[in-house]
Design a protein around this ligand. Structure first.
Ligand SMILES: Nc1ncnc2c1ncn2[C@@H]1O[C@H](COP(=O)(O)OP(=O)(O)OP(=O)(O)O)[C@@H](O)[C@H]1O
Ligand SMILES: [Mg+2]
Length: 444
């Protein structure tokens, strides 16, 4: 049997225990004194606060989701001679500084994660060191020794968690336990200029009023990389604190391989019904539904069909219920010929934009409790004004930007047409009048 203490940064004592039994099955249980602490928060919607232990399926899903899904995991598997399914064994090596405020440490080990001082707890990287890190990531080699097993970050693309101080990129001083503040991602080349496109989509989302993790693309050692500011951090008076987060796959008890609806089965899938259930458990459900649906239409409009269960997250601040995390990993994947363009979760019956109908849109809204005139009003008041500005992208000489603009206009135009056909249906009063205006606009 192997047991790890599960910790959250702001609690002095472990919040629970993760155990791997001799037969390999996993379980998680909260510590009784944590359950008695008035400041307790659940570490996941899939782990409500209770004394009883959680079984293998939920436990494995939650903790597996904290690990990378790429060759950065394979490197640790190989180096430590572990089996890829040995989640607890992997977390013994990688668990000290997991996503958000979480860590998994050998039983009885003292906490290693503490808030950081921006002024003293970081060592600036030289340009040479930074280039070596990026080159190693870009060529699928292990990170340099001084960065061995830093905070692991989930996902397919190779990445490393770093910090950025006024002096440049930096890493927490060894042994300081200070948090990283940024994520540096080196995308593969399946979609050329992916980092540029991701930063552009984040920028567009911000311009349309979304809460989005700030990011930018830049060139290092010949690689175009994305630098994203971590949203699971809070900087207050020069101190950096961690905020607990979980992604939707964790919240729904789904392992990484079920992050797309098409990989699951009814009742155990990332589908609209599951998402609606999840949003109902957030601190302000009506706000979360609105934000999620707006993000869904934005993703449709910019060609981001890769909005799977690990590309949405929840943040646990004060209070026991989480709120939606800012948007991240917004990539116009429909520009890539080397990815499929299937929806991550069905919209009504539709699995891709080319076959999407108005009825599918209505079915999506119905899954989130918006039906009849409310659905039409929602489309008119929230969605049309949200995505219409995307039709106005100006002229540009940048060939890459041009490709993005063309695609966004095409996809946005198609969605606006579908929406216009819906709000044109017999309506009454003010809704009818504005629907007529909208229809007129759409046919011009
Ligand atoms: N700005 C951020 N702040 C904090 N955590 C983040 C941020 N961006 C991403 N993450 C976390 O890191 C994980 C991986 O990031 P991201 O989704 O950008 O990587 P990816 O490898 O491109 O993903 P995918 O597997 O979808 O291609 C996310 O699922 C999320 O948990
Ligand atoms: Mg992602």
């Amino acid at each position: 049997m192997t047991r790890l203490d599960v910790r959250l940064e702001r609690f002095e004592r472990p919040v629970g225990a993760l155990t791997s039994a001799d037969d390999g099955s996993l379980s998680f249980v909260y510590e009784p004194d944590y359950l008695a602490d008035p400041a307790r928060v659940p570490i996941s919607l899939s782990f409500p606060l209770q004394g009883e232990a959680f079984g293998d399926t939920t436990t494995r899903a939650f903790f597996r989701n904290l690990l990378p899904e790429n060759d950065q995991l394979d490197q640790v598997v190989e180096r430590e001679g572990l089996d890829k399914s040995d989640v607890v064994g992997l977390l013994r090596h990688l668990g000290a500084d997991l996503s958000g405020a979480l860590s998994c440490l050998p039983e009885g080990a003292p906490p290693v994660k503490v808030p950081g001082h921006l002024a003293d707890d970081y060592v600036t990287l030289t340009q040479e060191q930074l280039e070596r890190i990026v080159t190693r990531l870009g060529t699928s080699q292990p990170l340099p020794d001084e960065l061995r097993d830093p905070s692991p970050v989930a996902g397919i693309q190779r990445k490393v968690a770093l910090s950025e101080t006024p002096e440049g990129f930096a890493v927490p001083k060894p042994g300081s336990g200070a948090p990283t503040t940024h994520i540096l991602k080196v995308p593969d080349t399946a979609l050329p200029r992916e980092a540029f496109y991701e930063a552009r989509c984040a920028q567009l989302a911000r311009e349309l009023g979304f809460d989005v993790a700030p990011s930018r693309s830049t060139w290092i050692a010949g690689y175009e990389v994305l630098i994203a500011t971590r949203y699971d951090r809070r900087i207050d008076d020069g101190r950096v604190y961690r905020i607990h987060q979980e992604d939707f796959a964790q919240a729904l008890g789904l392992p990484p391989r079920l992050k797309y609806e098409r990989e699951g089965r009814p009742g155990r899938a990332f589908d609209a019904a599951a998402i609606a259930r999840l949003l109902r458990a957030t601190a302000v459900p009506a706000e979360a539904v609105l934000a999620f649906l707006r993000a869904t239409f934005f993703n449709l409009a910019v060609g981001n069909t890769d909005n799977h269960a690990k590309n949405h997250a929840l943040l646990y601040g004060s209070g026991t219920a989480p709120r939606l995390a800012p948007l991240y990993d917004l990539v116009p994947i429909r520009l890539s010929q080397r990815h499929n363009h299937l929806f991550s979760f069905r919209i009504g019956q539709a699995t891709e934009l080319d076959t999407l109908t108005g009825d599918d849109i209505l079915a999506l809204l119905a899954a989130f409790g918006l039906e009849g005139p409310r659905a039409a009003r929602f489309l008119q008041r929230e969605i049309v004004p949200l995505i219409e500005p995307l039709m106005n992208a100006g002229e540009t000489d940048n060939e890459w930007q041009k490709r993005l603009n063309v695609q966004i206009k095409e996809d946005t135009g198609r969605i606006l047409e579908l929406v216009a056909s819906l709000v044109r249906r017999p309506l009454t009063g003010r809704a009818a009048a504005s629907a007529a205006r909208l229809a007129e606009g759409a046919s011009r």
